[in-house]
Ligand binder design. Structure first.
Ligand code: GLV
Ligand code: MG
Length: 322
């Protein structure tokens, strides 16, 4: 079966799995997350990183992540580990891997460096050049100021990801609770600018926008509330740190069934009305609603998310009797 194309991969739930835990790498296979990312960065202690690389290569080559996007988070370019993370993982399991996630990205040159390294490994290993994507985590002020250039730095870039914990530290935000408003800020959402900035860069360059972790893993209601905000803005998905957060993410980032049905209906109706049989019209009535080219574009977004999530429509369009 051919791989889904970059832009239609479903990434509602992005499950973080520490590469240091073969048990959790194994367990992730059976969980209903859209994406699994195997970590060699902040969830893995320095002394455990060499083993984490090996565990990840073994897990990817053993397989079992069918239907999931498989990503590996390497260490950022300011450390001594990045090159070895990439070389070991991609040489060892490049054919069974979809993306490399690069944390704490500070500028387009860091994406270009990863792109070049990936190209060399793909060539030397006989892998398809350019197939492995890049996920760019924005986790500090410098990264956010350069997010447009980062999104445009390589066709490999698939997602722009908000890393709230590191970001809060980077800007000296007076709070330790990721996702919740900092005490004393009582005039709106303290994360709104950051989320919108990331979303604009992602949409301008046709990438997916992904929200980061919510650390209160027992508080599913809190997760739903925070996820609901980024989903409402237009984000494509959010990290999950615990199996209990998966169903919440899949729900919040899927269109509602009625919206999905309606979007498919608009697409079919508009196709018919713009055809010769339907009168070659640019604007038409669907029930009480006027639809036009802009309605088609909005419907495409909802339908695209629903299709990527495997939703089935429950209504079909019947052209009116003439
Ligand atoms: C994730 O990496 C974060 O820093 O929030
Ligand atoms: Mg981080």
């Amino acid at each position: 079966m051919s791989e889904p194309s970059r832009n239609i991969r479903s990434r509602r739930s992005n499950l973080a799995v520490p590469g240091s835990s073969p048990k959790m790498l194994e367990k992730a296979k059976g969980l209903p997350a859209d994406q699994v990312f195997m970590d060699i960065e902040d969830a893995v202690a320095p002394l455990a990183k060499p083993d984490a690389r090996k565990n990840i290569v073994a897990a990817l080559n053993e397989g079992g992540y069918d239907g999931k996007v498989r990503s590996v988070r390497v260490n950022d370019w300011t450390t001594q580990w990045t090159y070895a993370d990439v070389i070991e993982v991609v040489s060892g399991a490049g054919a069974n891997l979809d993306c490399i996630m690069l944390p704490k990205v500070q500028g387009p040159e860091q994406i270009k460096a990863l792109d070049m390294l990936l190209t060399q490994i793909e060539k030397s290993e006989g892998l398809e050049v350019g197939r492995i994507g890049i996920e760019a985590q924005i986790e500090n002020a410098m990264g956010l100021t350069k997010v447009d250039e980062i999104a445009a730095a390589s066709p490999r870039v698939e997602t722009i990801i908000f890393g709230p914990a590191d970001f809060m530290a980077s800007i000296n935000m007076k709070s330790l609770v990721v996702g919740e408003q900092p005490p004393g800020y009582d005039v709106g959402d303290a994360y709104h600018y950051i989320l919108m900035r990331i979303l604009m860069a992602a949409r301008a360059y046709d990438k997916q926008a992904i929200d980061g972790p919510y650390l209160q893993i027992k508080d599913t209601e809190g997760y739903m509330r925070v996820a609901g905000r980024s989903a409402a803005l237009g984000f494509d998905g959010k990290w999950v740190l615990h199996p209990d957060q998966i169903a919440a993410a899949n729900e919040v980032f899927s269109p509602r069934q009625e919206d999905y049905d309606h979007a498919e209906l608009i697409l079919d109706a508009y196709e018919w009305y713009t055809s010769a049989a339907g009168g070659a019209r640019g604007a038409a009535m669907l029930g009480d609603e006027m639809i036009d080219e802009a309605s088609r574009k909005m419907a495409l977004v909802i339908a695209g998310k629903g299709r990527a999530a495997g939703m089935q429509r429950t209504e079909s369009f019947t052209p009116p009797e003439s």
